[in-house]
Design a protein around this ligand. Structure first.
Ligand code: UDP
Length: 480
């Protein structure tokens, strides 16, 4: 761009809902400040983005979509597999990453054609740093995680405390962090177990190296939530970072909140009608994100645990029924009949932010994906933490040990995609711990205070608002 042109920024999210959703929000935030945003994706991922930006475009924001073909078949994947949610077994992940790496050439084509002023690209595309450098375009990295977990995994790699314990279940402290954080080797992700040479570990290594050569990092978080880690990341670890979140707060009305992500399996109207009939803070919302999958035996434990807790609930189950008569053997006999009016099961996709932000919702059982965690913080609800994979165990520690706005359900082991098993008694107990009693009240008060600060952070003059401003200014002066 030149002095007479607005900044043009390319956004390139990884093909998973947990990466695409916050990137769309981010593009909107930039567009609200007059930036022209182009989101690059593949044909089958494009509809989700166009649905989410519909309203924004009517507001006059400049957001475009560019698509490049995803080489599923060429990389040994089934036709049409363009999103992590169509990966059905862990051994497809390698091929998926291979296909993603094959996008370099068509992506460079787009860069040479449009020559944007900046590229915000996902950590899963390490090659974008060099691709952008060829055209003298600065690349910013988006991890989609918190500053706390970026610091924690970096310190784990630097000091390797997990190699000094004698068993997988013995806890250790991650050295040199602002708080004393305890973890076990069992809770570490595959990519934090530094010795193994796997495709994924290679990719993470490339990603870290590419990050060192890139312009900086944008983070979906706000300073007040984790100021010690924002400072640590910048000053101790020496990274250039801007925190501009919670990005989900850019969705202002119910319509926008309901359009976030896939087509919801319940209408906005039905959902609000159900919630409107409930008392404030009386409903617990249960959802495990867009990737985690539980076996039927686990779903059954959740059903029994929820019923035993006596709490009203909205429970999102990713398994869908093929038709109305489909028997769901895993549901306890007569469960839905007994729960009528008391519990709502959403099969498929829920309008999560719409639900969390409703005053009837008073608790959140979450897998601790960072988006969900931050959406819970922004809604001011205490959480039951049930981490499964990725960096979710770090997020659990942040919620329970640092922010003290949640209790763990007791997951011991990191597993790729399919969860460790938790008994009904533990579910009942944890749900009641965040919904009733003095401890719940205290957690709720702390969560509500954080939600207020989150809202201020993204408003004019707030910490995230200002960080976004300085980033835009810096990029602007760079190209003038
Ligand atoms: N989400 C939603 N409805 C659902 C499931 C998920 O809207 O039924 C959204 C949720 O609000 C969040 C994202 O999908 O923005 C999931 O991201 P997260 O980081 O929490 O978890 P992941 O799916 O990456 O494991």
């Amino acid at each position: 761009g030149s002095a007479s042109h607005p900044l043009h920024i390319f956004f390139f999210p990884f093909f998973a809902h947990g990466h695409m959703i916050p990137t769309i929000d981010m593009a909107r935030l930039f567009a609200a400040r007059g930036v022209v945003a182009t989101i690059v994706t593949t044909p089958l991922n494009a509809p989700l983005i166009s649905k989410a930006i519909q309203k924004t475009i009517t507001l006059g924001y400049k957001i475009n979509i560019q698509t490049i073909k995803f080489p599923s078949v060429e990389a040994g994947l089934p036709e049409g597999c363009e999103n992590v949610d169509s990966i059905t077994s862990p051994n497809m992940i390698g091929n998926f990453m291979k296909a993603a790496a094959m996008l370099q050439e068509p992506f460079e084509q787009l860069l040479s054609e449009y020559h944007p002023d900046c590229l915000v690209a996902d950590m899963f595309f390490p090659w974008t740093t060099d691709a952008a450098a060829q055209f003298d375009i600065p690349r910013l990295v988006f991890h989609g995680t918190s500053l706390f977990s970026l610091c924690a995994s970096e310190c784990l790699r630097l000091y390797e405390p997990h190699k000094k314990v004698s068993s997988d279940s013995e806890s250790f402290v991650i050295p040199n962090l602002p708080d004393e954080i305890r973890l076990t080797r069992m809770q570490l992700s595959d990519f934090d177990k530094t010795d193994e040479v796997t495709d994924i570990n290679k990719l993470f290594k490339e990603s870290r190296e590419a990050e060192k050569r890139s312009y900086g990092v944008v983070v979906n978080s706000f300073y007040e939530l984790e100021h010690a880690y924002a400072d640590h990341y910048r000053e101790v670890l020496g990274r250039k970072a801007w925190h501009i979140g919670p990005v989900s707060l850019c969705n202002r009305d119910n319509e926008e909140k309901a359009q976030r992500g896939k087509e919801a399996s319940i209408t906005e109207h039905e959902c609000l009608k159900w919630l409107d009939s409930k008392k404030p803070n009386s409903v617990v919302y249960i959802c495990f994100g867009s990737v985690a999958n539980f076996p039927e035996s686990q779903l059954r434990e959740i059903a029994i645990g929820l019923e035993a807790s006596g709490q009203e609930f909205i429970w999102v189950v990713r398994k869908s029924k093929h038709n109305e008569e489909d028997k769901e053997e895993w549901l306890p006999e007569g469960f839905e009949k007994r729960m009528e009016g008391k519990g709502l099961i959403i099969r498929g996709w829920a309008p999560q932010v719409l639900i969390l932000d409703h005053e009837a919702v008073g608790g959140f059982v979450t897998h601790c994906g960072w988006n969900s965690t931050l959406e819970g913080v922004s809604a001011g609800v205490p959480m039951v933490t049930w981490p499964v994979s990725a960096e979710q165990f770090y997020n659990e520690k942040q919620v329970t040990q640092i922010l003290k706005i949640g209790v763990g359900v007791g997951v011991q082991k990191w597993v790729r995609m399919v969860g460790d098993s938790i008994k009904k008694e533990a579910i009942e107990k944890a749900v009641n711990q965040i919904m009733v009693g003095e401890e719940a009240e205290e957690m709720r008060n702390r969560a509500k205070a954080l939600a207020d600060i989150a809202r201020l952070a993204v408003e004019a003059g707030g910490s995230s608002y200002s960080d976004l401003n300085s980033l835009i200014q810096e990029l602007g002066s760079r190209c003038h």
